[in-house]
Design a protein around this ligand. Sequence first.
Ligand code: SF4
Length: 411
Amino acid sequence: MGARLRLRPRARHLGRAGTSASGESDASVLAYAPMSMPPRKSQRAVRAGSLVIGAGAPISVQSMCATPTRDVAASVAQCEALHAAGAGLVRLAVDTARDVEALAEIRTQTRAALVVDLQENYRLAEKVAPHVDKIRYNPGHLHHHERARSIRDKVAQLVQVAGANDCALRVGVNCGSVAPEYDARFPGDSIGAMLECAWDHCEMLDSLGFTRYVVSLKDSDPHKVVEANQRFVERRPDVPLHLGVTEAGLLPGGEIKTRIAFEQLLARGIGDTLRVSLTLPNERKPEEVEIGRAILADVAAGRFRSVPDLSGLNIISCPSCSRVENQSFVELAEKVRELTLYAKDHDVTIAVMGCRVNGPGETDDADLGLWCGPRAVNLKRGGEKLGSFGYDEVLSRVREELDRLIELRQG
Ligand code: SF4
């Protein structure tokens, strides 16, 4: 990102211990009580394990494992590290039967409250629900399978499974994977499409008699995150919100983008739990939680640190997770940043994504997009696919394309 961004010096004080549904203090789960925060708008309390989200409950910080879920030892270690850093919930991606087996094992070895992230594979819900406290489903990926079945029918299945397993749900709408019907109904209006999708799913869940859910509306543009969440609560102030700037990317840019959205929303009483999505090597993943806590501490103390100047080169990159197609993804994102520093003053957006779940969609909106495959990286110029290149050859191609883009714009 361009060199015109500044951050005020970081506050060092910590927050109060979170309070579990049973009232005992849980020192490892740090959250921010509303008395130091502007009052929350959401009226519903949603319990996920011992954590309460919404209705004025302390605001919790979440994170997600970037280890392969099937690697039980590595995933348990990351869950424990995130829990120790103060994460109220830790999310794991599950896509296969092998992941399900591993999740069951991880559950028995970690103190962290767990959330499962289901994308296309919502049919695994029944198998994973006994091992988690919350299920996140992406409405934008429910149409891929069982095309003859209605979305409502699939949501009813998720409700039945969550109800039977004492789980909460999250309707996780993401700009990189909005359901096609909403994109078609709101051409060129990604926020309108995300909002309508979220409101429809709220009505579906309510009509199914299930109110134990939270909603997230995530975009890689912090200003869109602010607008989407503000407009959402105008119609549904009762529903707790999970805040996130998706694919915020590498530090320090990723923290600044996140602060631009979170500081504005939290100060307006919007947001009941949050996740800071950063592209970090696995061993540094707890920094997501530390930065989330620091943002809460700053807002609670009335300190606003982000300076909303997003001009210049903007790198969007995902925080990685078990679905990442190649473990050198984070390194690739860092190399793209190093390579493109010479162009920091040019208003160009480059997206670097770890896999095909949000890769294709998120890269469509970028000037240049890279999304990873197991052995090659797919390169795009906007919506146009330029080809697949080896991990050792794609950077030179990115340089060529960026030079060409800058030349074109300088006319
Ligand atoms: S783009 Fe893929 S690898 Fe990256 S966070 Fe999303 S699902 Fe995980």
